[in-house]
Design a binder for this molecule. Structure first.
Ligand code: SAM
Length: 206
């Protein structure tokens, strides 16, 4: 899988390559789908949600440029796979998941994988961010939003990066938002994408 992601141009940096080689994706998907765990496709988990395709995890890790002193916020823990990969790049990861069943699944998967760094999974509405541990050097959202939730911008540290799919429920543009030291915000599109909807106060209605 990793060789194909490198050949496809999705993976470039040695740290991200090493992290993706380390995390066993088959431990984050339902047992009956384990044989498909290393194909480049999203897979269903529970509650109608998915673990993102490996190329999307690679694109997001590369665009975020996470380093080992970073505190990272993930919105949408799902299976815990993406958070586990990022935890090997960062100092610590806080991941918010709105579905209690999935938050529990992510905690269980992360413990079982035994290779993740410091990850705390919190149940709640991630469109509100997680003020308790703000500010964050990096924030990324793994569900599609109608617009950028203001609390996430507020909880992003100066010099920080926020990655979020923004668009309709059917298709989005993955946006990279950089907050300069001056507080000014610059946004650019990375790629077109399709994520499950971000449901919450600053997201879509349930
Ligand atoms: N990162 C996950 C992984 O590695 O398995 C994939 C996440 S899945 C594409 C998107 C997740 O976002 C779902 O688990 C969904 O329940 C969650 N979600 C949607 N709206 C949310 C919100 N407001 N706060 C937190 N999680 C949310």
């Amino acid at each position: 899988m990793v060789e194909r992601l490198i050949a496809g141009g999705y993976l470039r940096s040695q740290r991200v390559i090493k992290a993706m080689l380390t995390v066993p994706r088959h431990l984050f998907v339902p047992e009956d789908l384990a044989a498909q765990a290393y194909t480049d496709e999203p897979l269903p988990i529970a509650r109608g949600q998915t673990v993102s395709a490996p190329h999307m995890v690679a694109i997001m890790c590369e665009a975020l440029e996470v380093s080992e002193e970073h505190r990272v916020l993930e919105v949408g823990a799902g299976s815990g796979y993406h958070a586990c990969v990022v935890s090997l790049l960062a100092e610590e990861v806080y991941s918010i998941e709105r579905e209690p069943e999935l938050a529990e699944l992510a905690r269980k998967n992360i413990a079982r994988a035994g290779c993740c760094g410091r990850v705390s999974v919190v149940t709640g509405d991630g469109t509100l961010g997680y003020a308790e541990k703000a500010p964050y050097h990096r924030i990324y959202v793994t569900a599609g939003a109608p617009e950028i939730p203001q609390p996430l911008l507020e909880q992003l540290a100066p010099g920080g990066r926020l990655l979020i799919p923004v668009g309709t429920r059917l298709g989005q543009r993955l946006l990279l938002v950089e907050k300069l030291e001056s507080g000014e915000v610059k946004t650019r599109k990375i790629i077109d994408c399709v994520f499950v909807p971000l449901i919450g106060r600053y997201g879509w209605k349930p």
